[in-house]
Design a protein. Structure first.
Length: 354
């Protein structure tokens, strides 16, 4: 008999193998797989898997019924067993209490690391919007000045006919209409129509403080103008004299516009009228420095400025006395001796006359 030929019963090697494993057949269809044989084989495999996983689930019982296509070569037959997956043992699922606590602790640590960074990112984004607002405000102011043949509007005026850049006195009183009504404040200012009658550019987006009282409201302005730019109805007052310090009453008075600020974000407790006073009388003696009006520190201890050449920037303060917490009360300057931030304000507010 040839190694791969038929035997005396007319069966090939493939047929003999199938017969030994419980198959039956005829010469024209050599064999068909016995369902009982396949079921026993699959049950044996299930028992082997049960032992391999440590007998952690019930032993599979009962018949396992295969679905077999006997018209195909049994060596290539694809088997599908109903309920076999539900009977086979599975690995342990879920978390233990210790694992769950470890995961929670890791999430808490990551949150503690990420939240400060996200807060700083938000503040930085607000700083960019703030610079955009002061730049737009500066553009409106410049358009007005150009239409007035270079004459600068008053920073503050007691006379409505003088048409200062903005009117109204802000405070924390919710009943004070100047805090929220543009009609008697911004709309009366000389640059209102040049600003497109847009109230939002008068305010830093980080200033979300509201008035106190029964009906709290957000205030309409956080920006103030340099008191030396336009002065008090065009005249010097208590914050310094000219000479020795330069007043800016026409656009040609700016000798160093890129180093002279025009608009600033003022501290919520300090803001009231439309101009920001930098007291130049003690300059340059830093030991006698004073801070009658306080700049804001919304942006991680920094503040927005717009300069006479049209650019805006964020200035970060270095002295804690400049970064005053908001208390919703009037501003108390306190001792500002040797405050380097005041020295910076002196250098950017005005210059000595030659």
């Amino acid at each position: 008999m040839e190694a791969w030929g038929k035997d005396s019963n007319g069966l090939t090697a493939e047929g003999r193998f199938a017969k030994l494993n419980g198959a039956t057949g005829t010469p024209d269809r050599p064999f068909a797989v016995s369902a009982r044989g396949l079921a026993l084989t699959e049950k044996s495999r299930a028992l082997q898997r049960w032992f391999s996983v440590g007998r952690r689930s019930p032993l599979p019982t009962g018949p396992i019924q295969p679905r077999i296509d006997v018209t195909q070569n049994p060596m290539k037959t694809k088997l599908s067993f109903r309920n076999l997956a539900s009977r086979l043992p599975v690995g342990r699922g879920g978390f233990t209490l210790i694992e769950l606590l470890v995961v929670i602790a890791i999430i808490a640590i990551l949150a503690g690391m990420l939240l400060p960074a996200l807060a700083k990112s938000k503040s930085k984004g607000q700083g960019i919007m703030c610079m955009n607002n002061t730049k737009q405000l500066m553009l409106a102011w410049k358009l007005y000045v150009d239409d007035q043949a270079g004459k600068i509007p008053p920073a503050y005026s007691d006379n409505p006919a003088q048409n200062s850049w903005a009117s109204g006195i802000l405070d924390w009183n919710g009943a004070n209409r100047d805090n929220w009504d543009v009609t008697n404040t911004l709309a009366k200012g000389s640059i209102w129509k040049y600003a497109g009658q847009t109230q939002k550019i008068y305010k830093c987006p980080a200033d979300n403080f509201r008035t106190v009282g029964a009906n709290p409201r957000e205030r309409l302005r956080s920006n103030s103008i340099n008191a030396w730019v336009g002065m008090h109805d065009g005249r010097p007052t208590w914050f310094g004299n000219s000479p020795p310090w330069r007043m800016f009453l026409k656009d040609t008075d700016f000798v160093n516009p890129s180093d002279t600020w025009v608009f600033v974000d003022e501290h919520p407790d300090s803001i009231n009228d439309g101009f920001f006073c930098t007291d130049m009388k003690p300059a340059p003696n830093l030991a006698q420095a004073v801070l009658p009006d306080c700049p804001a520190s919304y942006h991680n201890g920094a503040c927005g400025f717009a300069f006479a050449d049209g650019h805006s920037e964020i200035k970060r303060w270095t002295d804690r006395r400049t970064m005053v917490p908001v208390k919703r009360t009037g501003f108390t300057p306190g001792n500002q001796a040797n405050n380097r931030d005041v020295e910076w304000l002196w250098s950017k507010t005005t210059q000595r006359l030659n």
